[in-house]
Design a binder for this molecule. Structure first.
Ligand SMILES: *Cc1c(COP(=O)(O)O)cnc(C)c1O
Length: 458
């Protein structure tokens, strides 16, 4: 018999999972005003709220924590990270920051001004926030296939060159400080961008003399998809593919809480010495001196090791196969999920799951709450509450898709946890016709309401 697949790691330290009853969870979620962000972690059995900073570090990363050099300037931990970033990305300049949005803040302070346009593939919300905060505009140029969940396409994060072309024709290249490619595209469900598309965007940018930057939080997962889906890359190593991807860009921002395999951290890496000099000033104002930028020495050491581990094929294979195992299991059980699966999460299609709950009553949120009450699994709504109100009319914006995201932390849960998740969802699916009522908003913040919103059960 062929030996079955096993995870390429074993467990050295364990963290207890808290158990609770349905009645306890009913009380807790009511006290949390039906907002899953307001639960404390010990009220959660399996936490799929996000894959950001929630993964497990390896023994080698923990060893680096003990070796951390906390010197203010020129620490050996900084040097380890600098060497690693240069080796893995190929960029000559590197600046640490405390997380991804801080890298955006520093880079965009140097590059984005009022009236600018930043085209990209479904910009991440903090990225869009940092662009709009500077009175500039982010324009989504993702291919149309990305918005149709029934279409199978291997690289749904790709950019549409004709959409980029239209922006240049309408606004002129001078208005565009850079094009931004997000790899993988988080907002489109962790969908990858192909090497061919990266090259096409690079050609486009070169022609119009527009710089090209990458929002790289899941760059290693993107490289895995290129290796396994794109012709000509099967024999290349992840590290070779990563180098090639970055060779087409002028620089990157990184949230190390994703493919850095650490709980906190980020950085900028760059080709252009003038942009680097400009970024250094902003980094010192916002983050810290150039050799730590908001990170402890020990955390920079752990990140240096994390970046090496995240760009190993065996790690990525286990990571992405875990996500896809959950997706396949749900399909087998008849549960409606978004396809094709992305790299870091599975999305339940709430429009198909609970169509009897009116969309005005936040059906995806209702589904996420029901899943929590029945099984203790915390997921997150990617639907009307997240889409927020139109800034001018103040009416709710109803997105085409009402999703519940199940994001898997890296190296954290086992196959039996995934089985628990799949069965828990199947049980909610079996009783879906009983769900007819959703929630009303009791109180909400003027922007980014999803974090703090308070709901009333109808
Ligand atoms: C998480 C993320 C960010 C922001 O990074 P933080 O570390 O959370 O500040 C930016 N872009 C993408 C694509 C992300 O996934």
């Amino acid at each position: 018999m062929e030996l079955p697949y096993i995870e390429p790691y074993k467990i050295k330290m364990v963290e207890a999972i808290q158990t609770s009853t349905i009645n306890q969870r009913k009380k807790w979620i009511a006290a949390a005003k039906y907002n899953l962000f307001k639960l404390s972690s010990d009220q959660v059995r399996i936490d799929l709220l996000t894959d950001s900073g929630t993964g497990a570090m390896s023994d080698k990363q923990w060893a680096e924590i003990m070796l951390g050099d906390e010197s203010y300037a020129g620490s050996s931990s900084y040097e380890k990270l600098e060497q690693t970033v240069k080796q893995i990305t190929g960029f000559p300049f590197f600046i640490p920051t405390h997380q991804g949005r801080a890298a955006e803040n520093v880079l965009f302070s140097a590059l984005v001004k009022k009236g600018d346009i930043v085209p990209g593939n479904s910009h991440f919300d903090t990225t869009k926030g940092h662009i709009e905060f500077r009175k500039a505009t982010a324009i989504d140029c993702t291919i149309d296939e990305a918005f149709d969940t029934t279409v199978q396409h291997p690289f749904k994060g790709n950019l549409d060159i004709s959409k980029l072309e239209k922006i240049v024709q309408k606004h002129s290249a001078e208005k565009i400080p850079f094009v931004l490619i997000t790899i993988t595209c988080n907002s489109a469900g962790g969908q990858p961008v192909s090497m061919q598309n990266i090259k096409q965007v690079h050609q486009f940018c070169k022609y119009y003399k527009i710089p090209l930057y990458f929002d790289s939080a899941r760059f290693a997962e993107n490289a895995y998809f290129i290796k396994t889906r794109e012709a000509g890359y099967a024999k290349k190593t992840i590290k070779e593919i990563v180098k090639e991807m970055f060779s087409f860009s002028d620089g990157m921002t990184m949230s190390a809480k994703k493919d850095g395999l650490v709980n906190m951290g980020g950085f900028i890496a760059l080709k252009n010495p003038e942009v680097y000099t400009s970024c250094i000033t902003y980094n010192i104002i916002y983050e810290g001196f150039v050799t730590y930028g908001g990170m402890s020495g020990r955390d920079m050491g752990a990140l240096a090791v994390g970046l090496q581990e995240a760009t190993e094929f065996s790690y990525l294979q286990s990571r992405i196969q875990q996500v896809h195992y959950l997706g396949e299991r749900l399909i087998t059980l008849g549960v409606p999920v978004q396809q094709p699966f992305g790299g870091h999460a599975i999305y339940l299609d709430a429009n198909k799951f609970v169509p009897n709950i009116p969309k005005e009553e936040y059906r995806a949120q209702a589904l996420a709450i029901e899943l929590y009450i029945s099984s203790g699994i915390r997921s997150v709504e990617i639907g009307t509450i997240l889409a927020d109100r139109d800034p001018i009319t103040r009416n709710n914006r109803y997105p085409k898709l009402e999703l519940v995201r199940l994001a898997l932390p890296r190296r954290t849960y086992t196959l039996s946890h995934l089985e628990y998740i799949a069965i828990a969802i199947k049980n909610v699916y079996d009783t879906r016709n009983e769900a007819k009522k959703g929630y009303n908003i009791h109180w909400e913040a003027p922007i980014m309401r999803h974090f703090t919103v308070e709901l009333d059960k109808l």
